[in-house]
Design a protein around this ligand. Sequence first.
Ligand SMILES: NC(=O)c1ccc[n+]([C@@H]2O[C@H](COP(=O)([O-])OP(=O)(O)OC[C@H]3O[C@@H](n4cnc5c(N)ncnc54)[C@H](OP(=O)(O)O)[C@@H]3O)[C@@H](O)[C@H]2O)c1
Length: 301
Amino acid sequence: MNILITGGSGFVGQHLCPALARRGHEITVLTRQPRKAAARLPDTVTLVDDLDAIAADTRFDAVINLAGEGIADRRWSESRKQALLDSRVGVTEALGELFGRLSHKPPLLISGSAVGFYGDAGNAELTESAPAARREFTYLLCDAWEQAARDVAKQHGTRLCVLRIGVVLGRGGGMLGRLLPVYRLGLGAQLGDGSQWFSWIHVDDLVALILRCLDTPAASGVYNAVAPEPVPHGRFHSTLAARCRRPGFMRVPAWPLRLGLGEMSVLLLGGQKVVPRRLLDQGFVFSHPTLDAALDEILSA
Ligand SMILES: NC(=O)c1ccc[n+]([C@@H]2O[C@H](COP(=O)([O-])OP(=O)(O)OC[C@H]3O[C@@H](n4cnc5c(N)ncnc54)[C@H](OP(=O)(O)O)[C@@H]3O)[C@@H](O)[C@H]2O)c1
């Protein structure tokens, strides 16, 4: 297949592109920083820094849309929130323009979203049909991103898979890339009372899900891209501390996080108990279904 990926230079893309290349797919990645991307991706990947550089007669069998500014990279000022929104909706709308220009319309769009779609949802079990528990910023962001993808798919008769992704765990980046050095120093802490739900997925399973969307013509609609075992944050914290052979008694109360991070503190103190209902019903087999199995694999290297 000939596949276009936006945001393919990121943490997920760095696991996805080699897996696609190994299967013989041709890959084009949209990136703002081709040199940096070239150092991270297989040599066979074609890099473009502008969708306008893609010729109108190019045939893409699928487009995978992962571009977006990091949600936890900086405090959420109004301008930061706009940048988070623009980087996702803007790139998706630009894809719509590309689809309009291409003489052969790509038959499949796999587009990112996140479990933040559901807002801070307490203990409710969230399947794909659950509405957002709170219409906070993460909901507004994911909803706008999903809607933009839906508009592109509808206008061009394209099959659409929307992935509401949980926190992606894997080697070489993502949240664990930030946490592991801290936990290895014994400085990892439980945040708040630890009861907030943490929905996660091993990056290998996310890659397998994307491959499944490519290979399965019947796959479409929204998928909760999470492992079947969400855990309360306190359990995640104690498991990670134990795996790093460090004590897990440190606690950071909620109030300084709220004070320091403002609205963004919901990323740490809020949570969602998300269930991959549609994947389980459709027989998807997770390679790393439990947190213990996922951390075993990641920390074994
Ligand atoms: N990792 C997670 O735990 C997680 C969880 C839920 C959802 N997601 C979503 O899944 C997607 C992929 O995740 P990831 O961890 O691979 O993200 P990542 O490492 O932050 O990579 C995202 C990529 O998006 C591109 N990008 C960033 N800002 C952009 C902008 N303003 N305009 C255009 N492109 C921009 C960057 O590529 P260039 O610098 O090469 O242009 C970057 O490499 C993200 O959109 C993220 O929101 C991730």
